[in-house]
Design a protein around this ligand. Structure first.
Ligand SMILES: [Zn+2]
Length: 319
């Protein structure tokens, strides 16, 4: 059995600022003073058989303290003109619509307060797109961190009552492994509890997807571990246009393209995450693949190009 301890679960956690202490995870009730729910922010474009819409759930107050492992981080941040506490990252989800399907990729933070209040923009965003939670027939989950699955529940009830919940089988296996949870440090147990609450809320509508398999037509999940043990990226083949939703392959489009080996505080295995990051970046830069990311500058669509030993992110919009 794989041994797990603080270092193998959240190797970078020692660097996390106090505001992100994991003890704050998994408070399933709406906190008092949670008044900063953002309104609708969305961007929509055609993607072959699907229409894709980026939906902003909120902004994560990341800063210098979340990144570690290179002396080049400070000079980089100075070069691009951002202060040490000013590296905010959007938390985005993506809606895919066709004549037959209404699919959500990830569901934002919802009521979870891991990174403070101010999340929950997903539902107003869906409403602005003309979609109610009951219209959603599938949620594809890239990984089981609170900023991706928190929005799947309200209290301990499913928000998307008619949706199948698809996630990678490695990820599902990890967060439901009682032995893993027992060995996890106390401050990480909340993440296991939250993941299990969400999977419990969707019950027999949870589908575990094998590496490389399709969750829906033209929508396949590929294991890309390191951020979490079963972190997956999602290839969307719309027919005449393809897109790779790379989820948390990068936590910052500024830092992780210039310095792809830099560790991030929420990576379960920063070295493996860096390996996966370079593999994905090499793949998408060679093919000039359109990418979308959960924490790339909203709406989060662009291309990652090779730039010497590192990479460069180029945002794109299309109609
Ligand atoms: Zn994330």
């Amino acid at each position: 059995m794989t041994q797990i301890n603080r270092r193998t679960l959240l190797k970078g956690a020692a660097t996390l600022p106090a505001a992100a202490a994991l003890t704050g995870v998994a408070s399933p009730t709406l906190a008092a003073g949670h008044t900063a729910t953002p309104g609708a922010a969305l961007y929509s474009a055609p993607l072959g058989r699907y229409r894709i819409t980026a939906l902003l759930d909120g902004i994560a107050p990341l800063g210098r303290g979340f990144f570690f492992g290179s002396e080049a981080i400070d000079p980089l941040m100075e070069q691009i003109g951002i202060g040490p506490d000013a590296l905010p990252a959007p938390v985005s989800a993506f809606l895919l619509q066709s004549d037959e399907r209404t699919i959500l990729i990830d569901a934002g933070m919802g009521e979870q307060e891991l990174l403070g209040p101010g999340f929950g923009g997903l539902i107003p965003g869906l409403a602005a797109a003309g979609v109610t939670p009951d219209d959603v027939d599938m949620v594809v989950l890239t990984h089981a961190h609170p900023d991706h699955l928190g929005g799947l529940i309200r209290g301990s009830d499913a928000v998307f009552k008619n949706a199948e919940l698809a996630l990678g089988e490695v990820e599902a296996g990890f967060w439901t492994d009682e032995a893993m949870m027992a060995q996890a440090p106390d401050e990480a147990k909340g993440m296991f509890q939250l993941a299990q609450t969400v999977l419990g809320a969707y019950g027999d509508r949870v589908t575990r997807i094998a590496d490389g398999a399709e969750a829906a037509p033209g929508l396949s999940m590929m294991l890309s571990p390191g951020h979490t043990p079963g972190h997956s990226i999602v290839r969307i083949d719309g027919g005449d246009r393809q897109l790779l939703m790379i989820a948390d392959t990068l936590a910052s489009a500024d830092v992780h393209t210039a310095l792809p080996d830099v560790g991030f505080g929420f990576d379960s295995d920063p070295a493996q995450a860096a390996e996966s990051r370079r593999r994905v970046f090499d793949m998408v830069s060679a093919d000039k693949t359109l990418v979308a990311g959960s924490h790339i500058h909203f709406p989060g669509f662009g291309r990652i190009l090779a730039d010497g030993e590192a990479y460069r992110y180029v945002p794109t919009t299309w109609m």
